[in-house]
Design a protein around this ligand. Structure first.
Ligand SMILES: *Cc1c(COP(=O)(O)O)cnc(C)c1O
Length: 290
């Protein structure tokens, strides 16, 4: 399943950019979407090498990672369990997870903080169990994301990536370094106080001058939006025909336009936006998008 990949690079006609491209990782799979597919690839390979058959993982109630894990597990005939942060709720994502056979354990926010402890308490005796962290963060995930760079058809001046845990960005940075590229990697944290991301990345990859962190595009914090962002998103989707979501990719595309207006990047620069997928996240924001 992880051999087959469909992730072309498409040119985008938007806001007078001459060389704006998008890496369509959203097309890899509708449910094992975007960077979540990249992150699971080697984690699941490791699980199989260790002859485990039960993925135990963690996420919020609208987690793209939970859905990706549930779908991947079902296709590979693995068992999956997720600790879901917060009180029991129902929504479209969790419904799909359940259809894929994932077992959900709703966990209060306090207990959720100690994931290793939760894992040990519930599955310490389960010989088949395999721990995958929230969002799929791991060294294996970074190797998977680094492969994005190997697939690129040309050298770009700038690559843009929406950032949650920083794992995908760490992989991209690794790929850029391994391929000896001069490309700048612009990271757009979608949460408030994104300065910590550099330390997260430094745990896995040496920080180099390729890396540029923009911490002002969170629009109030994780899963927060403003009318400005949703307005931008609606225009973008209608003009390009490319679907983006308010939690991650809309913030990234907004930053590209804003940085051009500020003169930090140029219209004629070769720019690549990574579409990290996660489009079902739109369902968590229905009211704000009407
Ligand atoms: C999870 C996710 C991210 C964040 O990836 P990290 O590796 O945690 O930084 C970005 N975009 C989308 C669409 C996601 O689902």
């Amino acid at each position: 399943m992880f051999e087959k990949i469909y992730s072309p690079v498409h040119k985008l006609e938007f806001a007078l950019f001459n060389n704006l491209f998008v890496k369509r990782d959203d097309l890899i799979d509708p449910y094992i979407s975007g960077n979540k597919w990249r992150k699971l690839k080697y984690a699941i390979q490791k699980l199989q090498t260790e002859q485990k058959s039960h993925i135990v993982t963690f996420g919020g109630a609208y987690s793209n990672h939970l859905l990706a894990t549930a779908a991947a597990a079902a296709r590979l005939n693995l068992k999956s369990t997720a600790f879901v942060r917060g009180e029991a709720v129902k929504n479209e994502i969790l419904m799909l997870c359940t259809l894929y056979g994932m077992k959900l354990i709703f966990t209060d926010r306090e207990s959720y903080k100690n994931k290793i402890e939760l894992y040990k308490t519930h599955f310490g005796n389960d010989k088949a169990a395999y721990f995958i962290d929230e969002g799929g963060a791991s060294a294996e995930a970074i190797s998977g994301c680094a492969e994005i760079i190997n697939e690129l058809p040309l050298a770009y001046d700038h690559i843009f990536c929406a950032v949650g845990t920083g794992t995908t960005a760490a992989g991209l940075l690794k790929g850029i370094q391994q391929n000896n590229l001069e490309t700048k990697l612009h990271m757009i944290p979608v949460l408030k106080g994104g300065l910590f991301i550099k330390d997260e990345i430094a745990k896995y990859v040496s920080i180099s001058e390729h890396l540029i962190l923009h911490t002002d595009y969170h629009f109030g914090g994780y899963a927060k939006t403003t009318p400005e962002l949703t307005g931008f998103m609606k225009t973008f989707i209608a003009k390009t025909g490319l679907l983006i979501d308010p939690v991650y990719t809309a913030k990234m595309f907004y930053s590209i336009v804003d940085l051009e207006q500020k003169g930090i990047i140029k219209k004629e620069d070769k720019i690549l936006a990574i579409h990290t997928g996660g489009l079902l996240g739109i369902l968590g924001m229905k009211e704000k998008l009407e």
